[in-house]
Design a protein around this ligand. Structure first.
Ligand SMILES: [Zn+2]
Length: 416
């Protein structure tokens, strides 16, 4: 598949080493890890279906209508939206709370659809030496871009925030804006709201720089980008400035979400304090959030991580347990619960948690390492060696690899 392909939007030849089938495969491999890292899809099915419906209505009018698009809200509270190359697209609760009407949601989804249609991820992978690493699996990417509570994140070996997201260039952004505007107008939305969305994001970058940091890191914002959009709306899309906003429809579907706005804001504060290593202060905000929404999965998982960072493993474990019961289909809580159990030397239970996690969300090699560690704790040396060996087939650097290697040497499976 190495060579040039006609870009679906521009028709121009584009250097491309990644086929459409590979784009879909990469999406399938990576997007579930990102969605889980963002605390899973919204359990508010009415809102989630509304986002999917809105997205698919626009997707049908794009240059690649045949792609397997899916749209969802995710429980994360920071402000972000992203697309995987096969068309799996997500928006966080943080950004859903900030949007003012459906036309702004359409602008946001339109921009993400722009990235998919212009094949930006595939194009970047084709240019990058990372291509093979990326295609090879989640492994090599996990954690590399994990911001925030670095040490714990790397100790945990969870997929770091944004670790699997493409970072687009300024050219990519300009192109995604152009396509996004075109698509939202085709779907009948007021073009003014494309600028409305940008205004909102720019305001937010002044007021809540931490919550929006990752979004601007992956989708770079610039004055030039803003001016281009303003100009396009003023000229090319002038006639669609009278199209509807669908504000009421957006407000109706987000009623429940907006009713817990304060809790979400408390989680945002807690997360930025976690990123600064201020765990005690972060805990105060997570407690506040959980007083308002005691069954909030993201809130419980964030609190579990906050306890973990403070080495309160029993507490961390009990928040993870509660998170499992409020959202059993989502896997991150199982991983945390497993880690807390290892720290409390309850190896047999830890092993069960990691085994379950690996079944639900395969592809993170750190799970294999922790299975090995649990088995070692259970004195099942042969089985443990087997897992360490599997781990070393995928990962050959870092603390965990060193540990696994030393064990295999010690037990005589590797001759020095
Ligand atoms: Zn973008």
């Amino acid at each position: 598949m190495v060579g040039c392909a006609a870009n679906p939007v521009t028709g121009k030849s584009q250097f491309m080493m990644v086929s459409e089938a590979q784009e879909i495969e990469i999406d399938k491999q990576h997007s579930p890890h990102q969605f889980s890292s963002d605390y899973g899809s919204l359990q508010d099915t009415s809102l989630n279906n509304y986002i999917d419906r809105t997205g698919k209505n626009i997707a049908a009018r794009t240059h690649r209508p045949h792609m397997p698009y899916s749209f969802r809200g995710v429980n994360a509270t920071y402000v972000n939206a992203y697309a995987f190359p096969g068309g799996s697209i997500a928006v966080t609760r943080g950004i859903l709370l900030a949007l003012e009407n459906e036309a702004q949601l359409a602008a946001l989804l339109g921009h993400e659809l722009g990235h998919v249609n212009r094949r930006h991820t595939a194009e970047q992978m084709s240019k990058s030496v990372l291509t093979n690493l990326f295609v090879g699996g989640v492994a090599t990417y996990a954690g590399t871009k994990s911001s925030g509570f670095g040490r714990l994140a790397s100790q945990l070996g969870m997929v770091g925030a944004g670790a699997l997201l493409a970072s687009y260039s300024r050219d990519n952004e300009r192109e995604a804006d152009a396509s996004g505007l075109e698509y939202m107008v085709r779907a009948g939305y007021n073009s003014n709201e494309f600028v409305g969305l940008m205004d909102m994001l720019r305001r937010m970058s002044k007021n809540k720089p931490n919550a929006i940091e990752l979004m601007f890191a992956t989708h770079p914002m610039s004055d030039e980008r803003y001016r281009t959009a303003v100009e396009a709306v003023r000229t090319q899309y002038r006639s669609s400035r009278s199209f509807p906003l669908y504000r009421d429809r957006y407000m109706d579907h987000t009623t429940k979400l907006r009713s817990i706005k304060e809790a979400i804001q408390a989680m945002q504060k807690g997360e930025s304090l976690m990123a600064k290593g201020k765990y005690g202060e972060a805990e105060i905000h997570f407690s506040k959030a959980l007083r308002q929404t005691p069954d909030d999965y993201a809130g419980l998982v964030m609190m579990s991580k906050c306890q973990m960072a403070q080495k309160n493993y029993a507490k961390a474990g009990s928040f993870a347990e509660k998170a499992k019961t409020v959202y059993p289909q989502e896997s991150q809580a199982y991983y945390l619960s497993g880690f807390a159990k290892i720290k409390q030397k309850d190896y047999a239970s830890a092993y069960e948690e990691f085994k379950y996690y690996e079944k639900v969300l395969p592809g993170n090699p750190n799970t294999i390492f922790f299975e090995g560690l649990s088995l070692e704790g259970m004195q099942q040396i042969k089985k443990s060696a087997n897992e360490y060996n599997k781990y070393l087939q995928i990962v050959n650097q870092g603390e965990k690899a060193k540990y696994a290697y030393q064990r295999l040497v010690k037990w005589g499976y590797i001759k020095k």
